[in-house]
Design a binder for this molecule. Structure first.
Ligand SMILES: C[S@@+](CC[C@H](N)C(=O)[O-])C[C@H]1O[C@@H](n2cnc3c(N)ncnc32)[C@H](O)[C@@H]1O
Length: 216
């Protein structure tokens, strides 16, 4: 019924989160999206931005994929249903309220091929000893990427977790868009064996960095 009514009028339910402020699940034209006060988090424009990135990387050799910032899990949905990625996926998310919504509103739950880890991505990356062939970094609090995720320590730790011939998709949002020096600094923080392509204004908004760890 909610779904049918949503074609006439969007229907929004609100949920409190200590980390992300008020979270909104809105039924709009028969589709549910997850938003914060000022940003779409999942199943809307954000999903399209990450899908643009996924179309640019080769998923054939990816056996272990790390998603930092699970949100409502829209890109997990795209990976499984559009990109036919059926291998292992580790999703890290700091906010228990979001993990609950991902499960109850969007049907995203742990399984044999999906580990959902409730942890700060910074700490996870610092302590991890697993290797990945693709790392998606999609870490936001409302419209902003916390600056710690642009700094050297985090970027270097990400590089160490990548196998050779592997990729990073980093959604840097709109913060860095007008500052090419800042983008240069962030990409150099990953080290010289990762080569980046910069895609500004993906879906008319966010900048995506796509990095490849070369075979050298
Ligand atoms: C834009 S949403 C992610 C959307 C998701 N990738 C998807 O496909 O639907 C950003 C997420 O980053 C999470 N986040 C922010 N800071 C974090 C941190 N320090 N560690 C882990 N997750 C964090 C937020 O709680 C939020 O769920």
């Amino acid at each position: 019924m909610k779904k049918i009514l949503s074609y006439i009028w969007p229907i929004t339910s609100r949920f409190p989160s200590e980390i992300n402020g008020t979270l909104e699940v809105t039924y709009y034209n028969g589709k549910k999206v997850l938003d914060t006060k000022n940003a779409n988090y999942s199943y809307g424009s954000l999903q399209k931005i990450l899908e643009f990135g996924l179309a640019k990387v080769d998923l054939k050799n990816v056996e272990n994929l790390l998603l930092l910032g699970m949100g409502g899990g829209s890109i997990i949905h795209s990976l499984r249903n559009i990109f036919e990625y059926s291998e292992n996926l580790v999703a890290v998310e700091i906010d228990p309220a979001i993990i609950k919504l991902a499960k109850e509103e969007f049907g995203i739950t742990s399984s044999e091929k999906l580990q959902i880890i409730e942890e700060d991505a910074f700490q996870f990356v610092k302590n991890a000893n697993q290797k990945f062939q693709l790392i998606i970094i999609d870490l936001f609090i409302d419209t902003k990427v916390p600056p710690i995720f642009f700094a050297k320590e985090f970027c270097e730790n990400i590089s160490k977790m990548l196998q050779k011939n592997s990729s990073i998709i980093f959604n840097v949002g709109i913060n860095l868009e007008r500052d090419s020096k800042a983008i240069e600094t962030v990409t150099s923080n990953f080290g010289s064996d990762i080569e980046f392509q910069v895609y500004p204004k993906v879906n008319c908004t966010n900048t995506l960095l796509i990095g490849t760890k070369c075979l050298r």
